[in-house]
Design a protein around this ligand. Structure first.
Ligand code: GTR
Length: 353
């Protein structure tokens, strides 16, 4: 599975000064240490939080006919010092709510078909979609001369952090709305969008469930353990330098010197619900390394007595965010946030046991 055994992963339950984390109160302090390390070194920090965020409704229509969900186009607007805005579309089920919400920022990929949107509203959930590249471009050579970089010029944050900030602003705006249940907000994204939601969920306690699909390197995948044909730290920094902060690249080939690995990012979600979804033929996304970060992060969920809140699923097949993935995610959301029973089938796991 590995070319050579990786050094042990950095211990989540030991403070930087060597003392042990033994209680939930300790974990809150350790969480701050961990958050500073990984968010700053890997992602270049986050853009600052605006003083205000508002939601302006621009258009409202029925999806198809009188009894169908509402399709609402909105603008998320930050202010007052650093005005920046982007579009958010809401597909809202019939009824008065308040409804749980699923936020997805991958509108640039258009894989959320009408069928998938219907799956979300059929469960009684709002689907909230935005296009993360409105916030920061995903062109590889992108200079910091556009979008959020103009409104929030300070810092060294990369595009993943800028996109994660977009999720945070959607949450700001949505929780002010009477038709939204602020205690049941889920976020989901695929691949680079999965890396984004892991960072967004790790840094915002208002998000009750984070689901990253096939997120790989810089997401759920382990830097120290490279499964066959998986993406390396050096490779991803070379090909996508604009995604990360400037410090990460130096760890290419020196992964064992990183003061974290991706189990830190996962553990930052605890005790909130986390689901990472992997595909067994998506070797580039390092499914076996994802299993390692999952196992390591469970230590924190166990400490907090919520072992069921962290889950990983594997399915056959390749890299995609398929309708079947959405159905599995929605089953887990109903389990984690709505009191429904645990789904009977979470897929095969060739790595356990
Ligand atoms: C790949 C990249 C992966 C993953 C993927 C995607 O080319 O190497 O890390 O993010 O793109 O986002 O589709």
């Amino acid at each position: 599975m590995t070319k050579s055994a990786p050094d042990a992963l950095p211990d989540l339950l030991t403070f930087c000064d060597g003392s042990a984390v033994t209680s939930a109160a300790d974990w809150q302090r350790r969480r701050e240490e961990i958050s500073r390390l990984i968010v700053n070194i890997e992602y270049g920090g986050l853009p600052s939080t605006p003083g205000t965020t508002s939601l302006e409704v621009l258009h409202r229509a029925r999806v198809c006919g009188d009894n169908s969900p509402h399709f609402v186009s909105c603008r998320v607007q930050t202010g007052p010092e650093a005005p920046f805005s982007f579009l958010l579309t809401l597909t809202i089920p019939q009824g008065d709510g308040p409804f749980p919400v699923v936020i997805n920022g991958d509108a640039c990929w258009r894989y959320v078909t009408d069928e998938v949107a219907g799956y979300v509203t059929d469960r009684g959930f709002i689907l909230a979609q935005f296009n993360r590249v409105e916030i920061a471009s995903d062109i590889h050579s992108a200079a910091r001369d556009h979008g959020i970089y103009l409104a929030y010029p300070n810092g060294t944050y990369g595009a993943l952090a800028a996109w994660a900030w977009g999720y945070h602003r959607c949450v700001d705006a949505l929780i002010t709305q009477p038709f939204v249940d602020p205690s049941r907000i889920a976020i989901t994204g695929h691949s680079r969008g999965g890396k984004t939601v892991l960072l967004a969920g790790a840094t915002d306690d208002r998000i009750a469930l984070t689901t990253a699909n096939n997120s790989g390197a810089g997401g759920a995948g382990c830097f120290r353990h490279q499964g066959p044909n998986s993406e390396t730290l050096a490779g991803i920094c070379h090909n996508f330098p604009h995604w990360f902060g400037p410090e990460l690249e130096a760890y290419g080939g020196r992964e064992n010197e990183l003061p974290f690995d991706q189990h830190f990012l996962k553990a930052l979600h605890a005790p909130r619900a986390l689901l990472t979804m992997e595909a067994l033929e998506d070797l580039w996304a390092n499914p076996s390394g994802t299993w390692l970060t999952h196992c390591a992060a469970t230590a924190v969920y166990d400490l907090l007595n919520v072992p069921d809140r962290i889950n990983v699923t594997f399915r056959d097949g390749t890299h995609k965010h398929s309708p079947a993935d959405w159905l599995r995610f929605l089953d887990v959301m109903e389990w984690q946030l709505c009191g429904k029973p645990k789904p009977a089938d979470l897929g095969p796991n060739p790595f356990s046991g």
